[in-house]
Design a protein around this ligand. Structure first.
Ligand SMILES: Cc1ncc(COP(=O)(O)O)c(C=O)c1O
Length: 388
């Protein structure tokens, strides 16, 4: 029903991904999808703007009952997490919500833990807010990342960690952390009074048999010490709407967070989302779209994995259980990262995210975004084959 094969020209449309790529280079980088906005969302956007010719100050209540209900219903029906209405509040992005959490729950010099490799802003927001960045490296076991729990606990205790940023599902490795893994993380964090900020922005893009589990769903006690953040933006490709939400079931923590949010005034949702009520509509009407999208992405993933196996066996690939990101290890070629990036962009004419931006352990790696029409993916992979 939805045409994910359609190639859309995104160059010169103020598109971060395509406008940054030199002419002739295919960007498989920044994490949005090269698919058209789903028609049911496009209708809402078009009508909303047609009916509101003036873009003045709006009177939108992001925290209105109907948006709140739509967010909670998605949460409950898909992930079996029932949260009180007052625990949900909006933010202008998951990353800004992380910053808010840093300010609300820690002070300068406090230690904040992340795993690496991980989405680069995890480290940036800690360092730029003058907190002490503690890095726990994920370990690769049988071609996929795992947490070294012994080291994880040691990193917490030896640094007196106050806050931990969990990335579930994991960008760039595509791991969808299991209930057992989340339970171990929860036990360790609880034991050492570490608050958990669980970034669950990728939760909807998961490939069977992997199954997403929210940090909140694992154990009722997690509600006491966690801040969960998510959004409809990755799922429905509406990142431009800059709208996310947090769920903080512990009323005391929620009050501290909301006080900080109120002090910053950074919570008015973007006009695009507000006028067309995008988040609510996406959650209320988007289930079929999401099913089709995930099928398409899974087929893209499988196609790429097969391609690497058949034609580029020396590039080590982690099979993502979720997300539309693929983490590629080019160590076999014994070239440094600068040379790797120029080989990618100048010889292969394909732009990938450089591995080192995800942490030191990302050396010799690059991240590939496969959320594009199959024909574009095929062309990019053929180019990689020629260059490597
Ligand atoms: C793990 C993760 N968190 C957060 C974001 C960005 O979220 P936002 O645009 O809501 O700040 C991304 C975007 O790629 C991401 O991969």
């Amino acid at each position: 029903m939805y045409n994910f094969d359609e190639v859309i020209e995104r160059r010169n449309t103020n598109c971060d991904k395509w406008d940054k790529a030199p002419e002739g280079v295919i960007p498989m980088s920044i994490a949005d999808m090269d698919f058209a906005l789903a028609p049911f969302l496009r209708d809402h956007v078009t009508k909303a703007f047609a009916n509101n010719p003036v873009l003045g100050y709006g009177n939108y209540d992001a925290e209105s009952d109907c948006i709140n209900k739509a967010v909670r219903a998605w949460q409950k029906e898909r992930y079996n997490v029932d949260v009180p209405a007052e625990s949900v509040s909006f933010a202008i992005g998951v990353v800004p919500a992380m910053v808010m959490a840093i300010e609300a729950f820690t002070k300068e010099g406090d230690a904040i833990l992340i795993n690496q490799p991980v989405y680069p802003p995890f480290a940036d927001v800690v360092v730029n807010n003058n907190r002490d960045l503690i890095v726990n490296n994920l370990i690769e076991v049988d071609g996929r990342y795992e947490v070294d729990f012994h080291q994880f606990e040691a990193d917490i205790t030896s640094n007196n960690v106050k806050l931990y940023f969990l990335c579930n599902p994991h960008n760039p490795g595509g791991r969808v952390w299991t209930e057992t893994e989340l339970c171990k993380i929860g036990l360790i964090c609880k034991r050492h009074n570490v608050l958990v900020f669980s970034d669950e922005i990728w939760r909807d893009i998961v490939f069977a048999p992997a199954k997403f589990t929210s940090f909140l769903a694992v154990d009722p006690s997690h509600a006491d010490f966690s801040i969960v953040a998510s959004a409809a933006t990755k799922t429905f490709n509406i990142a431009a709407s800059k709208t996310s939400f947090t769920i903080i079931p512990n009323p005391k923590l929620n009050a501290i967070y909301l006080k900080k949010r109120s002090a910053t005034k950074l919570y008015e949702i973007n006009i695009l989302n507000a006028l067309s009520d995008l988040t609510r509509v996406a959650y209320e009407e988007g289930a079929d779209y999401l099913d089709e999208l995930v099928k398409y992405l899974q087929a893209n993933r499988d196609f790429a994995i097969r391609f690497f196996k058949d034609f580029l066996p020396h590039v080590k690939v982690q099979v993502p259980e979720g997300t539309y990101l693929m983490w590629l290890d080019f160590s076999y070629y014994k070239i440094d990262d600068k040379a790797l990036q120029s080989r990618l962009s100048e010889e292969a004419r394909v732009m990938l995210n450089p591995g080192p931006t995800f942490g030191k352990v990302g050396a010799n790696h690059a991240r590939l975004n496969f959320a594009c029409p199959r024909s574009v993916l095929e062309e990019a992979l053929h180019r990689l084959k020629e260059a490597f």
